[in-house]
Design a protein around this ligand. Structure first.
Ligand code: 0PR
Length: 391
């Protein structure tokens, strides 16, 4: 065996402890196996660097077009202009950071007399951890708003406790990490528009689910730029966008807002001298993969994947109810939370883990995420295993 083979072999040994999506046993992750065509395109173009459009103008143009596809899905109001409406970034964390960094700088620029020590980001307790990290990095306070009994942002509580003058941004989530709950974005939008407050929507999960609901005969869920207070949206292509990691996006209602995070690098080729992203060097792989995948599948293709995930969610929900577990909320998308998690449930989970099933249990809630890699036959073997692992 040559040295390269030997090294590869030793790496395989480490990697064999990992559980891959295609086994169908990962029920805990909002990521999934990328679509084979997206993977093929990603591999072909992953070396193109979006951080240097002087060298890679083709990749930059494809990124811009891919963002415009997303803009269409999210009813962006100014697509007739030839703007770059946002960025492809590494994932939801960087997308949220980019949006809130922009909002913070705009807030600071809006009035020199503002008391910087009072700058606050407002988000529900159910918001993703990346919001807390962002507030920490931006050195602004984070006001955590309680959730209602439906597990969504309590708007009334916020109105009683917040002075809008100090609010850098409000964060609403369209598909919370734990339950897939959708915050009352319409009400938050009204408040934001009335008070000139930035509303950011974290649709890292829901961004490639909710736009397809009307095609599936489900009622439209308003979460995007149709709501006038919404200024920025995060949506991850490495989640339901079915592209390889790393792939997140952030899009802005008014791309002019990006001036608040624009920096200049005098030493690069002229096209690359302006940057409004946190990272410089970064792969164009996911942007081009998403561009290609959307051409291949279209709205209908994405919708049919969403449909399959939602049907599987429903099947699992009904079966788990029969096993004595109760859904915490009626699932608005492909995430299911159950209670109660008894000692008995914990024993079952441990045994299922030994059979390579990956399921998360958070804050007393048993959580399942039904991503495209989970097929109906996987669910059937899961239910058989559950019964076998029960006393
Ligand atoms: N916003 C929301 C609503 C999210 O759920 C997540 C990630 C993010 C932002 C951050 O996205 P990135 O992880 O892309 O930066 N939610 C997943 C979670 O915390 C992340 C994840 C994905 C964890 C796959 C594990 C895993 O196997 O569950």
């Amino acid at each position: 065996m040559g040295l390269e083979e030997e090294i590869l072999d030793s790496l395989e040994k480490y990697m064999s402890t990992d559980v891959y999506y295609e086994e169908g046993r990962v029920l805990s992750s909002t990521c999934t196996n990328p679509h084979p065509f997206a993977l093929r395109v990603f591999r072909r173009f992953q070396l193109a660097n979006l951080g240097d459009p002087g060298l890679f103008p083709g990749a930059k143009l494809l990124e811009k077009q891919a963002l415009r596809i997303i803009g269409e899905l999210f009813h962006h109001p100014h697509l007739e202009q030839d703007h770059q409406i946002g960025h492809f970034v590494t994932g939801g964390t960087e997308a949220n950071l980019t949006a809130l960094w922009t909002a913070r700088n705009r807030w600071l620029a809006a009035s020199k007399t503002r008391d910087r020590s009072k700058a606050t980001i407002v988000a529900a307790e159910s918001a993703h951890l990346s919001i807390e990290k962002t507030a920490n990095m931006l050195n602004v306070s984070l006001l955590k708003v309680p959730v209602t009994e439906d597990h969504v942002f309590d708007v009334d509580w916020m109105m009683e406790h917040v002075d809008p003058r100090n609010v850098v941004a409000i964060v609403a989530t369209a598909g919370t990490t734990l339950l897939g709950a959708i915050d009352p974005i319409r009400e938050l939008s009204e408040y934001s528009a009335d008070n000139d407050v930035w509303l950011h929507v974290d649709a890292a999960i829901g961004g490639f689910i909710l736009p397809f609901y009307p095609l599936l005969g489900r009622g439209e869920v308003l979460f995007d730029f149709q709501l006038e207070g919404v200024r920025s949206i995060t949506a991850d292509v490495h989640k339901m966008g079915m592209c390889p990691v790393p792939g997140g996006t952030v899009v802005f209602r008014d791309p002019e807002d990006l001036k608040h995070i624009t920096f200049y690098l005098p030493y690069l080729l002229p096209e690359a001298r302006v940057q409004s992203t946190m990272t410089g060097t970064r792969t164009a792989g996911a942007a081009i993969a998403f561009h290609a995948l959307y051409q291949l599948l279209g709205r209908e293709g994405f919708a049919s994947t969403v449909k399959e995930c939602l049907e599987n969610t429903n099947v699992l929900k009904e079966q788990m109810i029969q096993k004595g577990l109760n859904p915490v909320i009626e699932p608005p998308m492909n995430i299911l939370g159950f209670q109660p998690v008894t000692e008995n449930t914990k024993r079952i989970l441990k045994r299922l883990h030994d059979r390579r099933w990956r399921i998360s249990e958070v804050k007393g809630i048993l959580r399942f995420v039904l991503m495209p890699h989970v097929k109906r036959h996987h669910l059937i073997s899961f239910l058989v295993d559950w019964d076998e692992c029960s006393d």
